[in-house]
Design a protein around this ligand. Structure first.
Ligand code: DX5
Ligand code: ZN
Length: 237
């Protein structure tokens, strides 16, 4: 089913412990920690220390999203993390990076900036746990979802299904109650959101609304599918 990751980029850092607790109680499935180096993206956010601190505050999985140029430099710091997300644009030897992430016991996820074509990851698709489709240019929370990314998600889903892979599709950027249904209908399995969760007064309602919007979109799709196969069945009678 659909999973939701809370990106702490929009959390109140003065009350991180309470923010984490609120999101846990609201039923998020994991936490997403955005690390930026001021080179790969024009912003600097959290460092290794914060990721380790968040890990201590929760039993839920942690996904470290590395928006940094020198990915290789940091991997060994993240032994206790669950998912390590690296950008394909930042690495020259992705197989090497994937193996290194696996060797410390974490699951590798490859991220693509919005304009990066899917053929960049064709040959590593079966080696990674997931693909993170950036649905905004990375660097900041609170930006607008780029609509043409639904086309990219659909195409990626076909690549995964046609090859019989089990790779999960993550989406990150501008995900809210309006855009989550679009992403899910296109084939996304995991939604990452910052402002739609921590930017709201009531985190519990925010997560509930997000999950409901996504599930509703999925059910509609399933219903269409059932109706279609029923029709086809009748025609062949
Ligand atoms: C953007 C980060 C996202 C960001 C999402 O560079 O990778 O994880 O926190 O923020 P929203 O959900 O507000 O677009
Ligand atoms: Zn992120």
């Amino acid at each position: 089913m659909i999973k939701i990751g809370a990106s702490i980029l929009s959390a109140d850092f003065g009350h991180l412990k309470e923010e984490i607790k609120k999101a846990e109680e609201a039923g998020v499935d994991f936490f997403h920690v955005d690390m930026m180096d001021g080179h790969f993206v024009p912003n600097i956010s959290m460092g290794i220390g914060i990721a380790k601190h968040v890990k201590k505050l929760t039993n839920l999985p942690i996904d470290v999203h590395l928006m940094v140029e020198n990915v290789d430099l940091f991997i060994n710091e993240f032994e206790e993390m669950d998912y390590i997300t690296f950008h394909i644009e930042a690495v020259r030897f992705p197989f090497r990076i994937i193996n290194k992430i696996k060797s410390i016991g974490a699951k590798p996820i490859v991220a693509l900036n919005p304009a990066t074509p899917l053929d960049r990851i064709e040959y590593i698709l079966d080696e990674v746990y997931g693909v993170l489709v950036m649905t905004v240019e990375p660097g900041f929370s609170g930006q607008k979802f780029i609509p043409v990314m639904t086309k990219k998600i659909r195409k990626l889903k076909s690549m995964i299904v046609e090859n019989g892979y089990d790779t999960k599709i993550f989406v990150d950027g501008g995900i809210n109650v309006e855009t989550a249904p679009l992403a899910v209908k296109a084939g996304a399995d995991v939604l990452v959101a910052a402002s739609a969760i921590f930017g709201r007064d009531d985190v519990k309602t925010a997560v509930k609304n997000l999950r409901e919007a996504a599930l509703k979109a999925l059910n509609i799709e399933n219903q269409n599918f059932l109706t279609k196969s029923f029709d086809t069945h009748e025609e062949t009678q």
